[in-house]
Write a protein that binds this ligand. Structure first.
Ligand SMILES: Cc1cc2nc3c(=O)[nH]c(=O)nc-3n(C[C@H](O)[C@H](O)[C@H](O)COP(=O)(O)O)c2cc1C
Length: 249
């Protein structure tokens, strides 16, 4: 086990835009879910370095329950083909390995309204797809399975023992990975859509049975000219979710 990071500094730091995200605040402010990537490859040692940085995340008693499966090149293409074949013929499996989100009619307020606003912003305003055009929506959704064109696809898993804490740790790892990527001028999109086809992932990747598939992550260089890159999501105010006690000055 390493006490400090050991891989080389990130090669990708030289790319335009990387310097802008080199502080934690800038990485947080500039991160967004990117759904259009350039095919420009990410050097393997940079992927390793990002994973090493993400592994600095806190975890329950330093248990580090995460694992990642990184796919590129021909393996990624084969996985995409298999996922799309399953998507187009079988549809998503009925029960996911874990309950990431409610069914569409089970969302409650205020989350239902926020979800609707997100959908309108992405499909309506950005892609120009009408709410009734389910074929066009599906065509966009299918792009999830080629990691939106990113050269690197990551499948994140965590130990099932004990699951609740491990899911928290997995979330921290995921966020750290996304911010580390930003600091290197790279972009990401977290993708729960993969868990709809977890049997395909298990067939193609060497995922131990005691690891639960949490989500996928696209990693690469954003295509900033693409119209999807214009989309950014709003946030609620601090006052809407924070309660302050004591005597704030
Ligand atoms: C665990 C997780 C899973 C997600 N799954 C998907 C997905 O399958 N496809 C997708 O396009 N976006 C996915 N998203 C992205 C969210 O839609 C996005 O984070 C949210 O709308 C806020 O936008 P932002 O990330 O650009 O700030 C996911 C996000 C998280 C955290």
């Amino acid at each position: 086990m390493n006490d400090v990071t050991t891989t080389a500094p990130l090669e990708s730091r030289a790319v335009p835009g990387a310097k802008d995200a080199a502080t934690v605040e800038q990485a947080l402010l500039s991160r967004r879910s990117v759904r259009a990537f350039l095919s420009t490859p990410v050097p393997h040692r940079d992927v390793e370095r990002l994973l090493e940085l993400a592994a600095r995340s806190a975890s329950n008693s330093n248990s580090q329950p995460w694992q990642v499966h990184v796919v590129t090149g021909a393996v990624k293409s084969r996985l995409t083909s298999a996922l799309l074949a399953a998507h187009d013929s079988e549809g998503r499996v009925g029960t996911r390995e874990y309950n990431y989100q409610p069914k569409p009619d089970e969302w409650v307020e205020p989350f239902r309204a926020r979800r609707r606003k997100f959908g309108e912003g992405l499909y309506g305003n950005t892609l120009g797809i009408a709410a009734t055009d389910s074929a066009a929506r599906l065509a966009h959704h299918r792009r999830n399975y080629d990691f939106f064109g990113a050269p690197v696809g990551i499948i994140l898993t965590v130990s099932r023992h004990p699951l609740d804490g491990a899911l928290v740790d997995a979330g921290l790892f995921l966020q750290a990975l996304m911010l580390a990527a930003r600091g290197a001028g790279l972009d990401t999109c977290p993708q729960a859509s993969f868990i709809d086809f977890y049997p395909v992932l298990r067939r193609h990747l060497d995922i131990p049975d005691d690891q639960l598939i949490v989500c996928g992550l696209a990693l690469g260089y954003a295509d900033r000219e693409h119209r999807l890159s214009r989309y950014s999501t709003p946030r609620e105010t601090v006052a809407s979710f924070a309660t302050f006690y004591g005597d704030p000055r």
